[in-house]
Write a new protein. Structure first.
Length: 304
């Protein structure tokens, strides 16, 4: 066997562990620094044993009925499903830019629905230069609520990710949402039933959230999950958001508590590696994908 084939075979052998726990292994090429086509990502997901792959929403919105049908036939034959898509515009911009983005959202959401995508996600910056907490809460509730309503019209769930490292929390004058409890308050303020959490072990760790916080959730409150580890030998307050480790690489983050709690509440959605790691990003694509799969399934083995 070539090195490539060996990596793929090893990854597939490990993948069953995650499936046993009821979760979906999610291939996110972008999170590994890989730029590729939707078709290639689907084929890699199949080869390396992933259950689902991230949707390129822009591509799905551009293609016609025939090309979409061929793509969905390929996915069906390879037994690969969709995980999530992103919001197609920057929702934090000024009112004019936001209004322009919102005009494009209905057709984008309809294209996702036609392709069978069920989840859309985005993240929240944990500080702001000029907007204090209450004003920022209203701002986000209004903007994200408008997005959520369009997504709901197309049967799409909307996941929001809180971001917690102190290096970002203190990057601007006014702190904002950076814990699970605060994110749940923002979701309550939005008041849309299709809105839930994106949980990332990295941010869970930096927020000081616990297994008890996870166990208090209903599975319907969790839209998707990211799994990462933290670098060893660096003070927590000095860790940078763009310098993480693959799941279960260092043991700094308690993967057993994190994944084990999600298993106990009955979460069955996608789980991806999102390490933002320079070493991983410098690997050839198939090596990076194989490394991500082995890391993910090692983490699931530790949580079993």
């Amino acid at each position: 066997m070539t090195r490539r084939e060996l990596l793929a075979a090893a990854a597939c052998a490990f993948a069953a562990r995650a499936t046993e726990l009821g979760m979906q292994l999610n291939l996110s090429c972008g999170s590994l620094g890989i730029h590729t086509t939707q078709k290639q990502a689907i084929e890699w997901a199949h080869r390396f044993g992933f259950d689902v792959v991230e949707a390129d929403g822009g591509y799905l919105a551009r293609i016609g009925d025939e090309e979409r049908a061929r793509l969905l036939d390929l996915m069906k034959s390879l037994r690969v499903g969709w995980s999530t898509a992103g919001v197609p515009f920057e929702y934090r911009e000024d009112e004019a830019a936001f209004a322009t983005g919102m005009k494009t959202l209905p057709e984008y959401a309809a294209a996702l629905r036609r392709a069978g995508v069920e989840r859309v996600t985005t993240w929240i910056m944990p500080s702001h230069a000029t907007r204090a907490y209450t004003a920022n809460l209203r701002f986000h509730a209004q903007r994200l609520g408008a997005i959520a309503r369009v997504l709901a019209d197309n049967n799409l769930r909307f996941g929001l990710e809180y971001v917690a490292p102190q290096t970002l929390l203190l990057a601007n004058r006014y702190p904002f949402v950076h814990t699970m409890a605060e994110m749940k308050e923002l979701i309550a303020e939005i008041g849309a039933p299709n809105v839930g959490l994106v949980l990332d072990s990295w941010h869970w760790y930096h927020a000081g959230d616990t297994a008890a916080d996870l166990l208090a959730l209903r599975p319907s409150e969790v839209v998707s999950v990211d799994l990462n580890d933290a670098p060893a030998g660096i003070e927590k307050s000095k860790m940078m958001d763009g310098a993480r480790e693959l799941p279960a690489a260092t043991g700094v983050i308690d993967v057993k508590a994190f994944l084990g709690s999600l298993r106990k509440i009955g979460y069955h959605g996608p789980v991806r590696a999102e390490p933002f790691n320079k070493v991983v990003q410098s690997m050839p694509p198939e090596q990076a994908i194989g490394a991500a799969m082995v890391a993910l399934t090692k983490a699931f083995a530790e949580a079993a």
